[in-house]
Write a protein that binds this ligand. Structure first.
Ligand code: GLN
Length: 484
């Protein structure tokens, strides 16, 4: 069961080899067995999941099924899900039971997919190692002493350990692609605006984007088919024509021009990771693609720009957690002001407070021009770099992360070292472009991800390019020792 693609699981359900109830119970059993080691899930509600599974079985029985009907999907705990506790990895929302569904959740419900549970994540999606969660750190199934990456680390670990056949994540600066790289599966951050942000708890609204996480590109295409689509409830949702992301997976890739940015291979990149990426590029060349040297000259500014813009937006978004509307409220206080202070002091973790402080600072009257406005100008330059690059190539490739998974606690007390994890992913969020990570090799039994960056709305082409690689290689089917 754990080796089956979403398409095969769908076939199994349709041909009555197993029911959704059995499939869901199978994965719930796996979660129950392994979650104490991995800590991938914050909330599990077997009764709710099994009720959905029964409903899915009825849909299949009546012939109203689609590819995801009856398939259990692990949902990052950033998506509001009606009746489910939705914590965003924070004490601030520890007691929050969502009264409504995020559009992403609603779309999965509409096709009869099963919510398998809510996955662990860095607090408010701020982090690259899943060590900032109020619910404890997540372990990397490839080696439990290592981090799974973040912030979608719970979803990532769930896929790697095959606790779920598919999952969702969100990516503000790399949180789908970096954990996909560190845990050895496929993850896609779509073009900004392709997937609705309605009901997805906001971190940095101009950067946040939800996307699929699953072993293969084909699985991700099936998930994106459900997730993508215009939503009038999200003012930044884009009315892009509906596509079938499974339709072009087998197109030939001969003649494809792959841009290789020299800035992605400079100091900071681990030498063994570089070798894996170069070997993957050579495989593409063998398949008939052409490698083109390109330059993204402002790459080195992506992290500083992000760490002005993202905290600025976060400081505004997180102002709603004041102990009044919902969520945590301090127990003891003398007056309203003290209630606000204590609630935010106690309810937020260290990294979140750091971001709120930075954000408030860069937006303050005296510093707005010097930091925030300047960052916005450089953001435009970064977008322009991509625009120029795409005149010479169809897709850009490079590493997803500078290293393989690192030790727990290694970078926890050094925020700047942690921030560097996203050096290759952040610029695509700043430009709003789609990015993807696919398993491309191993170093000492740890996975390495190859990053694909496409032009706006080129998800279909990127999935095709990724699928071509996955037909030639088996990296995406590898599982950690002991997972069976
Ligand atoms: N690691 C980055 C951060 O901490 C990105 C997180 C994300 O993409 N949600 O902000």
């Amino acid at each position: 069961m754990i080796n089956l693609s979403l398409k095969s699981l769908n076939q199994g359900l349709v041909k009555k080899k197993f029911s959704s109830l059995e499939l869901t119970q199978f994965f719930l059993n796996r979660v129950e067995k392994h979650n104490s080691d991995i800590n991938a899930f914050i909330s599990i509600d077997a009764e709710k999941s099994l009720t959905q599974a029964k409903h899915a079985d009825a849909l299949i029985q009546s012939g109203q099924n689609s590819l995801l009907t009856g398939i259990p999907v692990a949902q990052k705990d950033i998506f509001c899900s009606a009746g489910w506790r939705t914590t965003c990895g924070s004490l601030m929302l520890d007691n929050f039971i969502s009264p409504y569904d995020a559009t992403v959740i609603q779309k999965f419900n509409e096709v009869g997919a099963v919510n398998l549970g809510k996955t662990n994540m860095d607090e408010f999606a701020m982090g690259s190692s899943n060590e900032t969660s109020y619910y404890g750190s997540v372990k990397n199934p490839w080696d439990l002493s290592l981090v799974p990456g973040g912030s979608s680390g719970g979803s990532a670990a769930a896929i790697a350990a095959r606790l779920a056949p598919a999952a969702t994540g969100t990516d503000t600066g790399g949180s789908i692609r970096q954990p996909a790289s560190l845990c050895g599966f496929t993850g896609l951050k779509p073009t900004y605006g392709l997937v609705s942000r309605f009901g997805m708890i906001a971190f940095a609204s101009s950067l946040d984007q939800a996307g699929p996480m699953a072993p293969s590109a084909e699985d991700c295409a099936a998930l994106l088919n459900v997730m993508a689509g215009y939503d009038e409830k999200d003012s930044t949702s884009i009315n892009h024509e509906k596509e079938d992301y499974l339709a072009n997976l087998d197109e030939p890739i001969k003649g494809l021009r792959i841009g290789v940015p020299k800035e992605f291979f400079e100091k900071g990149l681990d030498g063994s990771v570089q070798k894996v990426i170069e070997a993957a590029l050579m495989s593409y060349k063998k398949m008939g693609a052409e490698l083109v040297d390109i330059s993204l000259p402002n790459t080195h500014l992506a992290i500083p720009v992000y760490y002005v813009i993202a905290p600025a937006e976060a400081s505004s978004n997180l102002s709603r957690y004041d102990g009044v509307r919902y969520g945590y409220r301090a127990k003891e206080y003398d007056d309203l002001m003290e209630m606000y202070f204590k609630t935010r002091q106690e309810g937020f973790g260290e990294e979140v407070k750091r971001r709120i402080l930075i954000g408030t600072y860069v937006l303050s009257a005296g510093y707005y021009d010097a930091y925030y406005l300047k960052a916005q100008k450089i953001r435009k330059l970064i977008s322009d770099d991509f625009k120029k690059a795409f005149e010479k190539c169809d897709v850009i490739m490079g590493p997803s992360a500078p290293s393989v998974a690192f030790k727990a606690n290694e970078k926890k007390s050094d925020p700047l070292a942690m921030y560097l994890q996203d050096i290759y992913t952040i610029s695509t969020n700043l430009a709003g472009l789609p990015g993807m990570s696919i398993p491309a090799g191993m170093i000492e039994n740890l996975p390495v991800g190859l990053q694909l960056i496409g032009n706006y709305f080129k998800e279909s082409q990127m999935l095709n390019i990724a699928h071509a690689f996955q037909k030639e290689t088996d990296w995406h089917t590898r599982m950690p020792d002991g997972v069976s």
